[in-house]
Design a protein around this ligand. Structure first.
Ligand code: GUN
Length: 292
């Protein structure tokens, strides 16, 4: 077994982006980060995005509406950012607190500034193999990690566990694309799948994105499989100062000995998501300039 070091790959990409941004003339790329309320995980993710942006030379604008903001008020806020020519990318941190309608908000973000790739137009472009849109950051990060780890999906059985808008569905579409590095045979499993372990055991590449701590155990994995763990779950741990520890969707101790390659949590897919967000922001900035 070997570990896929997401931190190292993300650092390489961040260094590439930093050099690129330094070479840009005029206004630097700008990313608006919208975080509603104070969900502790969201606070930490947005802080990380802000820090990485600063490292690259991307401007970030953090907007923190109160948890009481209404759907209409949040939509007006998004429209304001859509119309602001100094903002290139807009990210609304998920999950939004109840009763806000997250999908309606994702659809409000201008497709040209949708660095999360959650807008109908960008998901449609992904399904049509059209590169002109934005691909969601975590799925793009997974593909980049696989490519840079020399894992070619061509002809392989890729099993995705989870069908979310943020990860499961877009990563399945990416793995399926008829292009270099992809061209996999893709199965998507979910909470309604019958005898799920019988399917995961067929995976050459197993992508766990179900949002349940340590769901994938060693008996569900074929020897030699490549395992990508997308989960970041906070589980209570009184022995830690914080009172919790982070664990993936994969039970690492039983899966690691069977896998040929595996991503750790933390330090696997997570850092790649942030790197891809920065790449998308730089792309949005380039598109804004091209359209002028
Ligand atoms: N929450 C978890 N992952 C993501 C992501 O990629 N984008 C946004 N906006 N929220 C998230």
């Amino acid at each position: 077994m070997a570990l896929i070091d997401g931190n190292q790959v993300a650092e390489t990409i961040i260094a590439e982006l930093k050099a690129h941004v330094a070479s840009l003339k005029g206004r630097k790329p700008c990313l608006a980060l919208v975080r509603v309320g104070d969900d502790p995980a969201s606070v930490s993710y947005v802080r990380k995005k802000e820090k990485t942006a600063a490292e690259i030379g991307v401007e970030s604008r953090v907007i923190l509406p109160p948890v009481t903001i209404s759907q209409g008020e949040l939509e007006i806020l998004i429209e304001g950012l859509n119309g602001d020519p100094t903002v290139d990318g807009i990210l609304v941190q998920s999950p939004l607190p109840k009763p806000l309608n997250e999908l309606a908000i994702f659809r409000r973000v201008s497709p040209d500034k949708d660095v999360d790739g959650f807008h109908t137009v960008n998901l449609g472009k992904l399904a049509q193999d059209d590169d002109s849109g934005f691909v969601s950051c975590t799925p793009a990060g997974i593909m980049e990690l696989l490519a840079r780890s020399k894992v070619d999906l061509a002809g392989k059985h890729v099993v995705v566990v989870g069908r979310s808008l943020i990860v499961g569905k877009p990563v399945a579409l990416l793995a399926l694309q008829k292009r270099a590095g992809a061209n996999g045979t893709v199965t998507v499993c979910h909470s309604g799948t019958r005898d799920l372990p019988a399917i995961t055991r067929q995976a050459d590449v197993l992508i766990a994105a179900i949002g349940r701590p340590e769901f994938v155990t060693g008996d569900m994995v074929k020897p030699g499989a490549v395992v990508i763990d997308v989960g970041i779950n906070r589980v209570t741990d009184p022995s830690r100062k914080t009172g919790y520890r982070l664990t993936g969707d994969v039970h690492f101790p039983s899966v690691e000995p069977k896998a040929s390659l595996i991503t750790p949590v933390p330090g696997g897919v997570g850092p790649m998501t942030v790197a891809m967000l920065m790449r998308n922001t730089v792309k949005a900035h380039a598109l804004a300039h091209a359209n002028r």
